[in-house]
Design a protein around this ligand. Sequence first.
Ligand code: AHG
Ligand code: MN
Ligand code: MN
Length: 342
Amino acid sequence: MAESHSNGVETRTDIVTLTQTILSQQQQHKESTGDLTILLSSLASACKWISNVVRKAELLKVLGMTGTTNVQAENVQKLDILSNEIMINMLRGSGKTAILVSEENEEAIFIDSKLGKYCVVFDPLDGSSNIDCGVSIGTIFGIYKVNKIGNPSLADLLRPGREMVAAGYCMYGSSTVLVLTTGKEVNGYTLDPNIGEFVLTHSNIKLGPKKIYSCNEGYANTFDPAVKGYIDSLKFPSPGFQGKFTPYAARYVGSMVADVHRTLLYGGVFLYPGGKLRLLYEGFPMSMLVEAAGGKASTGRQRILDLIPDDIHARSGIFLGTASEVDEIERRYRELDASNQA
Ligand code: AHG
Ligand code: MN
Ligand code: MN
């Protein structure tokens, strides 16, 4: 029901919340134990908490560097650490996890009880370089089932991304939006800070039609000829119908969460060829979302979700977005490889 007010503002009262959705999905499956429901609800709580801290960061004096570097030799922000602690404690507290992998922890974290059914891999705060200037940042996560309950091991994590049972991110932008998939469809929920609920606002997301490319072109001198050629073709397209050409728009936030979120909603392609981004908690979850939204994610030569990481912090180059764009990048890589062999 939508209730109309004399000032012209409509208040929707027929909302669907994330809690309702995951509870009703659980009820539809007779064999469901409710464990994933509890886990997802703990994850959502962690995201609400991080959102709250991010929004108050300036006031709480938690901006800035800790003065240390993490396992990847990156400068660590105070908010990275706080977000990591929130994620670890909420996921451990859910009672449903056996192993956690975080960007901020060198080793995988084995949960004492060992009885949890799930492994969660996460980047507690993505887009660290954007924290201090208030630009969109986010949390990325992926969920695997352990192979054998009671006996979790690293083998549960070093497996193809396609085996993830759920993936998502929460973006702390002009609003806080949690985007989630369990493989079939992608749904987005916006946090209503007044009622503290994630409300379904983006149902069954499919990649939009816009012509946008997103990459840090400052590194162009390190790009393969296939990538350079592809980007040039977007900027200097051959004249089309009636001699008109429409070059692509360039958009690059520098937070993967924000760049992928825009790609999901508007369409286009996100490129990070250099191999900086981590498979487990950046590449895989985003690839699962993009594929479930009708797009593709590739290294240029191989589907990202088919890769098997050899380390929990393994990295890969990544191209994701509208299927036809990713196909074109792969075509150019095949051409490059063929000419190198000739
Ligand atoms: P993180 O802040 O978790 O280390 O990740 C930053 C990542 C990602 O969000 C973004 O796509 C990329 O780094 C930006 O890197 P550049 O500054 O090299 O463009
Ligand atoms: Mn990141
Ligand atoms: Mn991070």
